[in-house]
Design a protein around this ligand. Structure first.
Ligand SMILES: C[S@@+](CC[C@H](N)C(=O)[O-])C[C@H]1O[C@@H](n2cnc3c(N)ncnc32)[C@H](O)[C@@H]1O
Length: 345
């Protein structure tokens, strides 16, 4: 495993996200919660039977995903949190973890949640093909469902949306266009950028705290406008890198790990790094996504899911609304919510 030095700004382990969400419940005395727990035991047992029968692994995977979402929505966040170890330790996990995407998420080989290799399973990128080909037939069937899940589709849409924004910025600013990506991962949105391919960008600075991801960008984008930087949110907040100013700054797959206070500090910093009329964008998984229960249990992947109002709250706490044009909107299937803030001048 690579040695990552986490900067303490993002909550990138499930335990850290759980701490942000509130106090731990050891045993819940609420009888209603006990009833739901019994329902949970039943759906897990039924799921196990379906997997043991082996005739329709994809349907069994979809069903447990839906059931976990339903159960999660019926109890308080604290009670749900107390159910998570019970789900993770159930025998049905042995089937679901045969999916290399689910397993990667659960085991966290890079030491934290949501690394760029995990995203490559979502992108169905060639870097994930070997692990999928080596998976058991059950694992491959589960992956068909997990990679087609609404949350996965939304992440692919997010990648394509970012490519579109980058190309639009290049079309507006020509060869002077300057872009900053925070928490860039493998920067897969750059693969389809026409502007990058045609050399129509002055620079595209791509910052990430994981040296393996930075190494991947160095390799993939040699001789292009992309400048990968091994750097962190905390480094940005303390002006460690002297990056200058940009026409477009964005962060995708990062705010889901940032507590409100850090999210506001980072948003303020990003606004300072914009040129006049420049735009900042941040994305967040939306509260209530249908895959929340499955992600938090079998994938051990807890995120700070946000509502539209919580996105606005971050925007409003970060900027003077008289000086910007701000929007909050959902992607196509409403699994990801976006905030854009454009400087007026
Ligand atoms: C879910 S991935 C998203 C990657 C890419 N933006 C995408 O959408 O495919 C999250 C990335 O955030 C990076 N990251 C997490 N916390 C960070 C921090 N505090 N500073 C810099 N990068 C961070 C991780 O290393 C990882 O590459």
């Amino acid at each position: 495993m690579s040695q990552i030095v986490l900067d303490g700004m993002s909550l990138i382990t499930p335990e850290a996200v759980a701490r942000e969400l509130g106090p731990q419940v050891i045993a819940d005395p609420n009888p209603a919660a006990e009833t739901v727990r019994a329902q949970l035991a039943l759906v897990l047992q039924l799921a196990e039977q379906r997997f043991l029968a082996g005739d329709n692994v994809m349907a069994a995977t979809s069903r447990i995903n839906e059931d976990l979402h339903g159960i999660r929505s019926r109890v308080s966040p604290q009670v749900w949190k107390s159910f998570i170890p019970f789900v993770q330790n159930h025998a049905v996990a042995d089937f679901l973890l045969q999916d290399p995407f689910v397993r990667w998420s659960f085991e966290k080989p890079r030491g934290y949640s949501g690394d760029a290799q995990l995203l490559d399973f979502i992108y169905r990128h060639p870097s994930a093909e070997g692990a999928i080909a080596a998976a058991s037939p059950v694992g491959q069937q589960v992956y068909k469902v997990s990679s087609a899940a609404q949350s996965s589709a939304a992440v692919r849409e997010r990648r394509d949306l970012l490519t579109t924004y980058v190309d639009e910025v290049a079309a507006t600013h020509g060869k002077d266009a300057e872009i900053l990506t925070i928490a860039a991962g493998h920067l897969r949105e750059a693969n389809r950028s026409i502007a990058l391919q045609s050399g129509d960008l002055a620079r595209w600075v791509a910052l990430d705290q994981d040296p393996l991801s930075v190494g991947s960008m160095v390799r993939d984008f040699a001789e292009t406008a992309v400048t990968p930087i091994d750097g962190s949110v905390s480094g940005l907040l303390t002006d460690t890198y002297q990056l200058g100013q940009f026409d477009f700054v964005y962060a995708a797959g990062l705010y889901d790990y940032l507590p409100r206070k850090v999210a506001v500090r980072l948003t303020k910093k990003c606004m300072q790094m914009l040129k006049p009329k420049g735009m900042f964008l941040f994305a967040n998984f939306a509260a209530g996504i249908p895959d929340d229960g499955f992600m938090e249990t079998f994938m051990n992947w807890s995120l700070l899911l946000r509502t539209e109002a919580e996105m606005w709250d971050i925007v409003n706490a970060s900027v003077d609304r008289n000086t910007v044009d701000a929007q909050v909107y959902y992607g196509d299937n409403r699994n990801i919510v976006y905030a854009t803030i454009r400087k007026n001048g």
